[in-house]
Design a protein around this ligand. Structure first.
Ligand SMILES: Cc1ncc(C[n+]2csc(CCOP(=O)(O)OP(=O)(O)O)c2C)c(N)n1
Length: 323
């Protein structure tokens, strides 16, 4: 895997944008400026960005209820995302998707999803399309540890292995499904073990380390593109915030959370690695921080000013249209 300085700058930009985007959303909800039910991705940035840094533009991803990070990592424009969250006509889905159903087909982002596990068969279908049409594209399904208990996870893995589809299943194992620790509901120690039932390759990555995720994703994506079938890639990670904005977090140990947040932060880890390897300077990273902050502030201001969708748009772009 080769990562040029520009690739690293883009990766850092995406990770910083995800972190600030999520912190901004949390503030906006708490200030009463933004409504809806939001699940934030802070802490898990290295997973989405590590994987997407290895994809081509025409590759596709499916996402979850915690989908903002996947969108940003796949190149969805932040002003459109912010407007979408504000329900504005200028949003990525013209204000009709919101946080849990945001999608951008032009960027290969096939959708966040309010149904746990539902992105997995969608990515499997996209991989089948790629294989039948010989496009050379790869599909990635992002989903949580909780989703790996869903029937559609098992059905999809079985089908993808049987048909050797070009798909990578990325489990974001953040240790919880809503308010329940993973070990209460998952009998295997590593979710990656589940691949064996389907004679599928698997890998475990440190989901807090961009470089480890990118390396392992790169191999899985290359194998998929070469016609060697699917991989289950488990990324061990942690969500820094609650399950949803407003979650009082009574179910998790403070010391455990503090340890991950203080010692395993993927942005700080990235900064340490690029400094140790002499790849990017701290000064370069601070310039990116400033750019991201300005871009985000502009996106919020534009979203607040943007018009709501007109009533004439009520039945357009929705699943059922009247004649
Ligand atoms: C089919 C279905 N069952 C239950 C829910 C309620 N629910 C929303 S998020 C969630 C937990 C999902 O956990 P996981 O897949 O590990 O993802 P995480 O939230 O940790 O990112 C549940 C049970 C749902 N949205 N859809």
């Amino acid at each position: 895997m080769e990562l040029k300085p520009d690739d690293l700058r883009l990766a850092y930009r995406h990770m910083r944008m995800i972190r600030l985007f999520e912190e901004k959303l949390s503030d906006l909800v708490q200030a009463g400026k933004l409504g809806g039910f939001l699940h934030l991705y802070a802490g898990e940035e290295a997973v989405a960005v590590g994987v997407c840094s290895q994809l081509q533009e025409t590759d596709v991803v499916t996402s979850t209820h915690r989908g903002h990070g996947h969108c940003i990592a796949k190149g969805v424009e932040v002003p459109g995302m912010m407007a979408e969250l504000f329900g504005r006509a200028t949003g990525t889905c013209k204000g009709k998707g919101g946080s849990m159903h945001i999608a951008d087909m032009d960027k290969g982002m096939l959708g966040a999803n309010g149904i746990v596990g539902a992105g997995i068969p969608l990515a499997t279908g996209a991989a089948l399309t790629a294989k039948l049409k010989r496009t050379g594209n790869v599909a990635v399904a992002f989903f949580g540890d909780g989703a790996s208990n869903q029937g559609q996870f098992h059905e999809s893995l079985n089908m993808a292995a049987n048909w050797q589809l070009p798909v990578v299943y990325v489990v974001e194992n953040n240790g919880f499904g809503e308010f329940t620790p993973t070990e209460f509901v998952v009998p295997v120690r590593d979710i990656a073990e589940r691949a064996r039932s389907y004679a599928m390759r698997s890998e475990i990555a440190d989901g807090m380390d961009f470089f480890d995720v990118a390396e392992k994703a790169s191999k899985a994506i290359a194998a998929a593109r070469a016609g060697e079938g699917p991989t289950l890639l488990e990324c061990k990670t942690y969500r820094f915030m609650g399950h949803f904005v407003g979650d009082p977090l009574p179910y998790r140990h403070k010391e455990e959370a503090e340890d991950w947040i203080q010692n395993r932060d993927p942005l700080q880890g990235f900064e340490r690695t690029v400094a140790e390897r002499g790849l990017l300077s701290a000064g370069e990273l601070r310039v990116i921080d400033g750019d991201v902050e300005r871009e985000l502030a502009a996106a919020v201001a534009a979203a607040e000013e943007a018009p709501l969708p007109s009533i004439d748009e009520l039945l357009t772009d929705v699943y059922v249209e009247t004649a």
